[in-house]
Design a protein around this ligand. Structure first.
Ligand code: PHB
Length: 426
């Protein structure tokens, strides 16, 4: 058996769990005698287990296609996982649970947004459940699962992460159906510069997607002649925005650019209004995350007039979206948000890839089928860039308004087929 690639040997965390799984419980394995260092031995055990899994999954009798998705269904970002799960279910309710003559067996696991959990759960899905496709969620989890799907050569659909760097040439089985923060942040920077913003303070959730939002916004806004007066990073876990908002206000900007992840927009808006920032004459702009449809109905009139560049609004005007929103609300009792689409379109991508491969489930066949795929989503036309495996989609500038008494992000300008700017050749 070949030694694993060097890049992989750096990531040793999960060998421990497969080791303990194989030496615990009702089935104990005798480990081969060897003089290899422990880490190397564990890698080989994982490799053997993967090989066994691959053999089993290619068995002629296997009719079901297992899709295993690892999401944060508890913890601070639980609303994110719930939206993806509901998006997946909405797709399967509409399209049935069979495709290309195979039944889709969906397995959803809760990692609570903790990457060590994501790694362990993805490993179990790949080795024990022999899933044909693994789905991954938020950035740290997607990054933890990437090397596993690469080693196992299993198609990996990234349904939440908005970090450009998560989809990269080192992990060729990863395909994104969510979005990148860069896609939205450059567009809102240019819009702000053209619409009177000169001095911007940035408030950014302190993790990878926030860093990319800030980098792309800063680059585009300063190139357009604007100035960044302050960049403030807010911890991701249990954020209290009040002191950071005060600092931002003290920097005397005319505009505030804010990135907080889905599920934190409601808290942010409340503290924004409590500090009187909605009445201070400072414009609020951002990527679509700050007008998350999950939170928007409860965010208060302080959000009226907020302008964002985002990938989706529940208000998006297309027959497909109207049908999606109605079915989603009926099933869940709340609006779908931009996050839900990663799950809905992720399933579409998997279904269509299976049709194209006529049911073949090896990672190479599935990922090749996914590359270049184009389709209409409730968010508009989207496609998978065949070179980067990243999503290409419309970005809409929208403004928060009241529609029939409820707050909605009403789109008023469209940028078609936007690629991830951080992957475009300079
Ligand atoms: C991410 O995991 O990168 C992520 C999650 C939620 C967001 C944006 C980015 O709203």
């Amino acid at each position: 058996m070949k030694d694993p690639p060097a890049a992989w040997t750096c990531r040793m965390g999960y060998e421990e769990s497969i080791f303990s799984a194989m030496t615990r419980g009702p089935f104990r394995y005798r480990l081969p005698q060897t003089n290899l260092p422990r880490g190397n031995l564990m890698l080989r055990i994982f490799g053997i287990a993967l090989a066994a899994g691959t053999l089993a999954s290619s068995g002629a009798l296997a009719q079901d296609v297992k899709v295993g998705v690892v999401l944060p269904l508890t913890g601070g970002l639980a609303p994110v996982g719930k939206q993806v799960q509901a998006g997946i279910k909405a797709y399967m309710d509409k399209n049935g649970a069979s495709v290309a003559g195979k039944k889709i067996d969906l397995i959803i696991k809760d990692d609570a947004g903790v990457p060590d959990n994501s790694k362990r759960l993805a490993q179990e899905l790949i080795v024990n459940d022999k899933v044909a496709v693994v789905g991954s969620g938020i950035t740290p989890s997607a990054m933890a699962i990437g090397p596993l799907s690469t080693q196992a050569k299993t198609a990996n659909v990234v349904m939440v992460s908005g970090t450009s760097a998560a989809i990269n040439p080192n992990n060729p089985y990863m395909v994104r159906t969510s979005f990148t923060l860069g896609q939205q942040s450059g567009i809102i920077a240019e819009w702000a510069a053209k619409n009177g913003s000169k001095k911007v303070a940035i408030v950014q959730s302190d993790w990878a997607p926030g860093a990319e939002a800030t980098a792309v916004f800063t680059d585009a806004f300063t190139k357009a002649g604007g100035q960044i007066v302050e960049t403030i990073k807010v911890p991701l876990a249990n954020p209290d925005f009040a002191p950071f908002l005060q600092r931002a206000r003290d920097a005397n900007p005319d505009t505030l650019f804010v990135f907080v992840p889905a599920s934190q927009a409601g808290t942010f808006a409340k503290q924004f209004a409590e500090r009187g920032l909605d009445k201070a004459g400072i414009k609020l702009i951002g990527p679509g995350d700050i007008v998350d449809d999950n939170d928007l109905p409860g965010m208060g009139d302080g959000m009226l007039g907020v302008v964002t560049a985002g990938i989706y609004s529940a208000h998006h005007n297309s027959p497909m979206n109207k049908e999606y929103v109605a079915a989603f609300k009926k099933a869940n009792g709340y609006r779908p948000n931009f996050i839900s689409l990663g799950g809905y379109d992720g399933m579409h991508l998997i279904y269509e890839a299976l049709k194209k491969t006529q049911g073949k489930t090896d990672g190479d066949s599935l990922v090749n089928a996914m590359k270049g795929m184009k389709w209409e989503s409730p968010r508009g036309q989207i496609s998978i860039d065949p070179d980067t495996r990243d999503i290409v989609q419309n970005v809409y500038i929208g403004k928060v308004q009241k529609v029939d008494g409820e707050l909605y992000n009403v789109e008023f300008a469209t940028f078609n087929a936007v690629k991830d700017p951080l992957k475009m050749k300079k």
